[in-house]
Design a protein around this ligand. Structure first.
Ligand SMILES: [Zn+2]
Length: 255
């Protein structure tokens, strides 16, 4: 490998996520990570990480699972840090109807308020959507058509992938694509032009094969790249070159 830089466009780098976070980060020397925020703890940790490591950038935002603690002071905190050095987007934000007891209306309000914040400051929107495809699509159509947006850990159909990419939405492809039962996602990767794809790990979750079930780490983005290369029948370097360019352009990263 070594010829092209890898960018893990979506990972979680919480102190408690890994046995030794510094080792995990060190493993990504010469490569780039974008640490995703999900709650106030991770948002604050991310702001520290970007100061400490030159190859880490951050997004900040409140995940839909934070719906019960989200309030206007979270939103003003996000606004007060959105222009901090190396904060490149708002996320992960979105809708999650997977667990019972969710409040759809409150999730939508929280999602839209954070989208509007991102748009006010021209920051990328990083979306989490789980069991909520139709509502997410509706909000994207209304607020984000043509706006710099990523659907992180994309796991939907080819049909929805076409709808999204026609609106300019980028698809984050993670370790799930390496799983044996990933035929739907393999189809998405085969059908969708590489110019719409980004590599990600969602570490410490969703480790790719051959590490499935273990703690994931950003370096494993290489296995996602290898799988995409195999599906598209192109070289791994080509996958890395194009997806790295996609990420740099979208998030306006300096290399
Ligand atoms: Zn995530």
């Amino acid at each position: 490998m070594g010829d092209y830089m890898m960018i893990d466009t979506h990972c979680h780098l919480g102190k408690n996520d890994y046995e030794n976070l510094d080792v995990v980060i060190k493993h990504m020397d010469n490569n780039i990570m974008i640490a995703s925020g999900a709650d106030m703890t991770s948002n604050c940790e991310n702001l520290e990480l970007v100061k400490k490591y030159s190859n880490i950038y951050a997004t900040i935002g409140m995940h839909p699972s934070e719906v019960s603690v989200y309030n206007s002071s979270c939103l003003s905190w996000l606004e007060s840090h959105i222009n901090d050095d190396k904060v490149v987007g708002i996320g992960e934000i979105g809708l999650d109807y997977h667990y019972e007891g969710y409040d759809k209306d409150l999730q939508k309000k929280m999602f839209i308020e954070q989208i509007e914040l991102a748009k006010k400051y021209h920051k990328v929107v990083v979306i989490h959507s789980r069991d909520a495809t139709l509502d997410t699509l509706e909000i994207i159509k209304e607020y984000l058509d043509g706006y710099p947006t990523v659907m992180h850990c994309y796991s939907g159909s080819v049909e929805v992938a076409h709808i999204l990419t026609k609106m300019g939405v980028m698809l984050g492809i993670g370790g799930v694509v390496t799983f044996k039962n990933a035929s739907k996602l393999v189809e998405v990767v085969r059908e969708i032009d590489l110019k719409y794809l980004l590599l990600e790990t969602d570490s410490p979750y969703l480790a790719p094969e051959p590490f499935r079930g273990k703690t994931n780490e950003p370096y494993n983005v290489l296995y996602v790249a290898k799988k995409i290369a195999e599906i598209k029948n192109i070289s791994v370097s080509e996958v890395l070159e194009i997806t790295t360019n996609n990420a740099c352009k979208l998030f306006d990263l300096d290399r």
